[in-house]
Design a protein around this ligand. Structure first.
Ligand SMILES: [Zn+2]
Ligand SMILES: [Zn+2]
Length: 383
C-alpha cells in the first residue's frame, strides 16, 4: 500500500481540476474503472493498484462533506474515512451500484450483507368533516403478509435445514461479465440470502409468510385533510430476511360536507339572511363545528359580505393555530309570501319609488365614478 508521503492527490488520480462537478467525478472514475479493470488486465498488479487507487479517490470526492474535508486538509483530513480496499472484491462491494448503473436497471448491487426491510402497505380511510375536525380512532382492515407461525418465517419444514444456494455458492451475490466489465448483482435464485429452502413448510409452501386480514386501530390526528397520510411505523409486512418490518401508510380522504366548505384550515359557510335582517342588522345563530355561534350582522349587510369567526375553522394537524370560520351572507328572497308580508312589501315598494334606497344610491354613485373619474375623487372624500 502507498504510504502517506507518497499518496497521490485524489484529483490528480482522476485527472480532474479541483472545481470538477459531481458528474465529472463519476465519469472520470468510470473511465478509470474500465481502463484498470482486473478483467482487462489479467495478472497486472499495477493495474490492480490503480483500480483500487481510483476507487479510494472516488469514494472521498463523490461525497460532499468528505470532499470538503479533503479540499481543506488534504489526505490528513480524510484518511480516517478512506476505505482500505484490500482487494478488487472490496471495490465491487462498495461501488456495486456504479457498475450496475452502467448496465442500467440493476441498482441494487453490493447489497449482500444488507438486510432488507419488509414491504410497506397502504390502507385508505374516509372520514366525515366532523371526524377530521375532532380527530378519530379508526378501525381498519387490510390484507397483509405475516410470518408463518408453523415455520416462524423461515419457509423450511420444522426440523429441516436450509441448504447453501448452488447458484451463488452461498455468497448471495453473483458476478456477471459483460464485455470487460463485471457486474455484481443479487443472486436471483436465493434473492441474496445465500441459502435456499430444501424441504418447504406445508402451511406457507416455503414462502415463510401467509396472508392475514390485519385489523388496526389508526389514530387520526385532528385537522387532517384530503390526501394526507398517517404513517404507522412497523405495521407493514415482515422482512423476509429477519430485518425490520415495513410501515403502514393510512391515506385519508375527507367527505364533502353539506354546509361547510374547506379551504386549508379555514371553513366557509354560506349563510342565508332575510332582506330585513340585512337592512336592519340582526343577531343570527350560525352553525360551527363546535356548536352554534351568535353572529352580529350590522345594518346594511350586502349579499356576499364575509364575517370571520376566529378559531372556529379546522385545527392545524401540525400543531399550529386553528383556522377561522368565514361566514358569507347572501340575501334569501322568500318564494312564498303571507298576505301580510305581501302587503308590507307593496307598501315598501311604493316608498322606494319616491326615495332611492341607500344601496341603490351608492351603486349609482359608483357607476358615475366609473364614467367620470374626476368626480370620483370628490365622491370618495365626501364619504
Ligand atoms: Zn411456513
Ligand atoms: Zn444464491
Amino acid at each position: 500500500m502507498a504510504t502517506m508521503a507518497s499518496k497521490r492527490d485524489y484529483y490528480e488520480i482522476l485527472g480532474l481540476k479541483r472545481n470538477a462537478s459531481e458528474r465529472d467525478i463519476a465519469i472520470a472514475y468510470r473511465k478509470l474503472a474500465v481502463k484498470y479493470h482486473p478483467d482487462s488486465n489479467p495478472g497486472d498488479a499495477d493495474a490492480v493498484e490503480k483500480f483500487k487507487e481510483a476507487a479510494e479517490a472516488y469514494e472521498i470526492l463523490s461525497e460532499a462533506d468528505k470532499r470538503a474535508r479533503y479540499d481543506q486538509f488534504g489526505h490528513a483530513g480524510t484518511d480516517q474515512f478512506a476505505h482500505q480496499f484490500h482487494d478488487v472484491e472490496d471495490v465491487f462491494e462498495a461501488f456495486g451500484d456504479i457498475f450496475s448503473e452502467m448496465f442500467g436497471g440493476q441498482r441494487r448491487g453490493g447489497g449482500g450483507r444488507r438486510v432488507r426491510r419488509g414491504a410497506d402497505v397502504r390502507v385508505d380511510v374516509t372520514l366525515t368533516l366532523e371526524e377530521a375536525a375532532r380527530g378519530v380512532v379508526k378501525n381498519v382492515e387490510l390484507p397483509r403478509n405475516k410470518a408463518c407461525a408453523t415455520c416462524k418465517g423461515s419457509g423450511s419444514k420444522p426440523g429441516s435445514q436450509r441448504a447453501t444456494c448452488p447458484h451463488c455458492q452461498g455468497r448471495g451475490q453473483i458476478v456477471q461479465s459483460a464485455g470487460i466489465l463485471r457486474v455484481q448483482t443479487t443472486c436471483p435464485s436465493c434473492q441474496g440470502a445465500g441459502s435456499r429452502v430444501t424441504d418447504p413448510c406445508n402451511d406457507c409452501r416455503g414462502r415463510g409468510y401467509v396472508q392475514e386480514r390485519a385489523k388496526l386501530d389508526v389514530t387520526i390526528p385532528a385537522g387532517v385533510d384530503n390526501g394526507m397520510r398517517v404513517r404507522l411505523a412497523g405495521y407493514g409486512e415482515p422482512s423476509p430476511e429477519g430485518g425490520p418490518p415495513g410501515d403502514c401508510y393510512c391515506f385519508v380522504a375527507v367527505k364533502k360536507h353539506k354546509i361547510f366548505e374547506r379551504e386549508g384550515t379555514h371553513l366557509v359557510l354560506r349563510m342565508p339572511i332575510s332582506y330585513s335582517q340585512a337592512a336592519l342588522g340582526a343577531s343570527i345563530e350560525v352553525p360551527t363545528m363546535a356548536g352554534p355561534h351568535e353572529l352580529r350582522v350590522p345594518a346594511g349587510t350586502q349579499s356576499g359580505d364575509v364575517f370571520r369567526v376566529r378559531g372556529r375553522g379546522m385545527p392545524d394537524p401540525r400543531g399550529g393555530s386553528a383556522g377561522d370560520l368565514h361566514v358569507q351572507t347572501y340575501i334569501e328572497v322568500p318564494k312564498k309570501l303571507t298576505p301580510r308580508q305581501d302587503k308590507l312589501l307593496r307598501e315598501l315598494a311604493e316608498v322606494e319609488k319616491s326615495e332611492v334606497s341607500p344601496h341603490r344610491k351608492s351603486f349609482l354613485e359608483r357607476l358615475r365614478e366609473y364614467f367620470t373619474p374626476n368626480e370620483a375623487a370628490e365622491t370618495t372624500t365626501k364619504e
